[in-house]
Design a protein around this ligand. Sequence first.
Ligand SMILES: *Cc1c(COP(=O)(O)O)cnc(C)c1O
Length: 230
Amino acid sequence: MRKSIENNLSSVEARLQAAAHAAGRDSTKIKLLAVSKTRPAGCLRQAYACGLRRFGENYLQEALEKQVELNDLSIEWHFIGPIQSNKTRAIAENFDWVHSVDRVKIARRLSDQRPKSQAPLNICLQVNLDQEASKSGVSLDEVADAAAEIASLPHIKLRGLMAIPAKRECTEEQERAFRKLFDALEDLKQRLPDQTLDTLSMGMSADLESAIKAGSTMVRIGTDIFGARE
Ligand SMILES: *Cc1c(COP(=O)(O)O)cnc(C)c1O
């Protein structure tokens, strides 16, 4: 298992570097988030041994169990799954980042429930780029107002935007979809100059090249690191 994670990781890193190079970007500005949903803790431990430090989880209960098993490791935990409001306290207490904040109410609860002894929780606002019923997130025209409200909350830090665009026919169209999120973040930087808006969380195993071309700063990769999920 260790060997295959190691091999997979080398090819993901090579793809990331090639895409950055092709786009004339500095590859060190693009972070790799290992998406470990459904993988047992042992898999994360192997990935950690290969040098990965950021892990993304979608399901709260599953993530909390792994956090207990892996509490000897210095992992940066990212929550990337749908959020029910009765789960915000456990998320606020046990994660470093949340990418899937899809409404102001959730941000407010996370801020209220973040322990004061911990650093502010890093947040990305999720955008539903294609207005898909199956996905959560604010629409592009709601981003500015929602971000302004979230930015004023005390115990969270708005870092940027996240999206999972619908699959497109060709890479040019995929890139155009990602570009909309890039433009939305550039607009926010103008509106909220005091915020550290340095994160565009976009790109998964199948489309990391298009996402990097369009300005992604954090790609979320599961399958191409750990293999196909059951
Ligand atoms: C599962 C998941 C990923 C990773 O997808 P892969 O195709 O396995 O790389 C990325 N982001 C989110 C929000 C996910 O739920």
